[in-house]
Design a protein around this ligand. Structure first.
Ligand SMILES: Nc1nc2c(ncn2[C@@H]2O[C@H](COP(=O)(O)OP(=O)(O)OP(=O)(O)O)[C@@H](O)[C@H]2O)c(=O)[nH]1
Ligand SMILES: [Mg+2]
Length: 305
């Protein structure tokens, strides 16, 4: 019963992607009578327009062409299940859960302004608290004046400690103090909020490099989870951001925020297949419970049914 209502909620939240993306695919497959050159061309166009990206659209088309040849399929509508299966495989191959097995872990949150970093940190804190983890927050976005206050409000609401300096302080120094505090207070997980000024790539690179250096030094070679928060509404732009951040810092996973109310959910396939970065969580609303572990099976069910 619980499972059914969860899938329904996900379906509801992914409504726009379902209608605009998979809905178009369904209509197309149903309207076509033959599988010919024209069919492949039009399918490619639909996939590319759905923010899946050229690279991934071509992978899917080639796989379907192969299936048509091997299984001698001649009716377009018979191919829908194959497409669904291939899309599932793309997501499944890149899936990888958050590493929670260590005694102590650090999650570094990066992403451009307004992507949803701080909100996702609050949601992630709630998620981890439910797993009985002791969470500590570090306000290392010292660039925007209100950023520290915003994180502090969440910390109070969630009843977790926060390490902060004044606005304008060195983010790496905040991280240094936060790691020391995390050890002293026996926290299980330290989550670090960062500033997302991609406009100045050199500064950002320098800032993240310094933070990583502090982590390596203070946390004894611990390999942090580096989660990039992307706003699903930005479609192909989110893809470009992921590419740029990947050049700056080793990204271990993605939080795809704001999947509710966007028709651009197709971007998730491009990220998984072309960038090979696992989507670890999806954000499907503004409240604390609106962050879900990404489950490829549920996602495919929700957009295809
Ligand atoms: N609908 C919806 N809104 C979201 C989601 N995640 C975040 N938001 C909203 O997006 C806005 C920006 O979120 P923040 O968490 O402040 O983004 P940020 O990346 O920390 O922004 P900066 O600190 O300015 O870089 C807020 O109004 C959030 O409520 C989501 O999954 N769905
Ligand atoms: Mg923020």
């Amino acid at each position: 019963m619980k499972f059914i209502s969860w899938i329904n909620k996900l379906k509801d939240k992914l409504n726009k992607t379902r209608l605009n993306f998979v809905g178009k695919i369904y209509n197309f497959f149903k309207s076509k009578e033959r599988i010919d050159a024209n069919f492949w061309e039009e399918l490619e166009e639909i996939l590319i327009n759905s923010d899946i990206g050229v690279f991934t659209a071509n992978i899917l088309i080639n796989k379907l062409k192969h299936i048509v040849k091997i299984e001698k399929i001649n009716q377009p509508s018979l191919l829908i299940e194959n497409l669904k299966e291939e899309m599932f495989i793309i997501l499944k191959e890149s899936a990888s859960p958050l590493n929670l097995n260590l005694d102590f872990n650090i999650i570094l949150i990066v992403g451009v302004n307004g992507a949803g970093k701080t909100t996702s940190i609050a949601k992630l804190t709630r998620y981890l608290k439910e797993k009985d983890k002791k969470v500590l927050l570090a306000a290392a976005d010292t660039f925007r004046a209100a950023a520290i206050d915003q994180l502090e409000i969440w910390a109070k609401r969630l009843n977790v400690d926060i390490i902060k300096h004044h606005s304008g302080a060195d983010p790496a120094a905040v991280v240094h103090d936060a790691i020391k505090a995390a050890h002293a207070r026996k926290a299980d997980i330290l989550i670090i909020d960062t500033a997302g000024r991609l406009q100045n790539k050199v500064n950002l690179m320098e800032e993240l490099r310094k933070i990583k250096k502090v982590i390596t030094k203070e946390a004894k070679n611990l390999n942090p989870e580096v989660l990039l928060v992307l706003d699903a509404n930005t479609g192909q732009n989110a893809f470009q951001q992921a590419k740029i951040f990947k050049e700056i810092v080793e990204i271990s996973g993605i939080i795809l925020a704001k999947l509710d109310g966007t028709a651009k959910g197709g971007i998730i396939f491009g990220i998984a297949s072309e960038l090979k970065i696992p989507v670890k969580f999806i954000g499907i609303g503004e409240s604390l419970e609106d962050l879900k572990e990404f489950n490829p099976q549920d996602f495919i069910e929700a957009i295809f049914e």
